[in-house]
Design a protein around this ligand. Structure first.
Ligand SMILES: Cc1cc2nc3c(=O)[nH]c(=O)nc-3n(C[C@H](O)[C@H](O)[C@H](O)COP(=O)(O)OP(=O)(O)OC[C@H]3O[C@@H](n4cnc5c(N)ncnc54)[C@H](O)[C@@H]3O)c2cc1C
Length: 381
């Protein structure tokens, strides 16, 4: 079986990449080691935040603008809701990363924000408990992406445009012969492709061992509670992101939908080996989130409902890796999404398709290149 392009990994980024390749008429195949829409990677858990006034780095804004357009296009292909613009409320003291960075990016790109002091936050959002020195920023053009229907929609677009897919059949061996990539799958099937897009999530360091990528995989737990109040229902309450020095990391969450609301810490969790992750939910996974929620949203952490383990694949600077393989231009790599990649998945798919087919892209992705890791920083952090 010979293809123009093989995409390794059909999580959020691989599914988007396959859909963009297929839409351009490329003879392509997607290969995934687990079943369709599995829960062993990073693209599950019902909700992801989408926002544009990007505190991490203003350079992401043009990518977000394009992503918003592509989300709208993808939405037109399905009856299931993919994005819900309920807004996001950023909270913290004025100097903290989320507040200062959001303001900086909004100013640079002229993005609208509503600003509140602590008293105004409490008045505008009943049930919140801001501390006196805290301020709030409400970005209305932000909200929720639903990762499972979104991933499914990307795969469906790929299928409709002729892409083939293998599920539960991962790449076990990868060799290059006579200019073609030879991928041997778990069941012995051999796939031959002229080019490869690698979107392996937390397995990047294993699949691309020769690059010694400076990636760290982190176990992150998402926790759902049934609030004992209606103050945080979807329709009255936005998504939120709050930074407090006495928390182990920023706490973020979603409005209550179908009676439950999800919350979690950003960038907090133990470092793990992707093949040896404790997927049980421990008591302290729940209490640490519940206690932080109790200090911010009254009665939100009413009763514990469920938890899910997910993973971040972190780069040293928190920026993604989207680039060509340094030693082989027929290989495109997208990994290291550092716990904030899902909202970008449509534009990452477009960029990967550009890199695979054209060798370059009109999008400004210089800051996502692999050459930013000097030899000395190429080690696990
Ligand atoms: C708890 C949590 C909360 C998050 N919150 C947000 C948020 O609010 N907003 C946001 O934008 N982002 C968020 N993210 C980040 C976002 O979800 C990820 O950046 C994104 O899902 C990463 O997608 P991916 O395709 O790189 O990885 P994955 O979805 O994990 O996909 C990688 C795929 O590659 C497959 N694979 C690996 N090796 C092989 C192989 N050898 N052969 C075949 N297949 C292989 C894997 O099985 C997997 O399916 C969050 C992540 C987590 C964990």
């Amino acid at each position: 079986m010979r293809y123009d392009v093989a995409v390794i990994g059909l999580g959020g980024m691989g599914a988007a990449t396959l859909s963009h390749l297929a839409r351009r008429g490329v003879h392509c195949i997607g290969i995934e080691r687990f079943e369709r829409l599995h829960e062993n990677g990073a693209s599950h858990g019902e909700s992801r935040i989408i926002r544009k006034a990007y505190f991490e780095n203003p350079a992401y804004v043009p990518l977000l603008e394009r992503s918003y357009e592509l989300w709208r296009e993808l939405q037109a292909t399905t009856d299931r809701k993919l994005v819900d613009f309920v807004g996001i409320l950023m909270v913290g003291e004025p100097g903290c990363e989320g507040i200062a960075g959001t303001l900086r990016t909004a100013k640079q790109w002229n993005l609208p924000l509503d600003e509140f002091d602590a008293k105004q936050i409490a008045r505008r959002f009943p049930g919140t408990m801001p501390r006196p020195a805290e301020v709030g920023l409400l970005e209305r053009q932000a909200g929720i992406v639903f990762p499972e229907p979104a991933l499914d929609a990307h795969l469906n677009v790929a299928t409709q445009h002729g892409a083939e897919m293998h599920f539960s059949n991962g790449v076990e061996r990868w060799e290059k012969h006579d200019g073609a990539h030879r991928l041997t799958l778990a069941d012995g099937t051999v796939v031959v492709a002229d080019k490869v897009a690698v979107c392996p999530g937390m397995w990047a360091s294993k699949l691309l061992a020769e690059l010694e990528l400076p990636l760290r995989v982190q176990r992150n737990v998402q926790v759902w509670f049934e609030p004992h109040t209606n103050h945080f229902d979807r329709g009255v309450f936005p998504t939120f992101f709050i930074e407090r020095l006495d928390l182990p990391g920023p706490l973020y969450g979603f409005p209550a939908m179908n009676g439950t609301m999800k919350a979690a810490f950003h960038r907090f969790g133990e470092t793990v080996d992707p093949d040896r992750i404790d997927r049980r939910i421990r008591d302290d996974d729940v209490t640490i989130v519940g206690n932080a929620l109790d200090e911010w949203l009254e009665h939100a952490a009413g009763s514990y409902v469920r938890g899910r383990v997910c993973t971040y694949t972190l780069t040293p600077d928190g920026n993604f890796i989207v680039d060509k393989h340094p030693n082989d231009p027929s290989v495109t790599i997208a990994c290291g999404f550092s716990g904030h990649g899902y909202k970008f998945s449509p534009v990452i798919g477009e960029i990967c398709a550009d890199l695979v087919l054209d060798g370059g892209t009109r999008h400004d992705i210089g800051f996502l290149g692999m050459n930013r890791f000097s030899q000395s920083s190429i080690r696990p952090i």
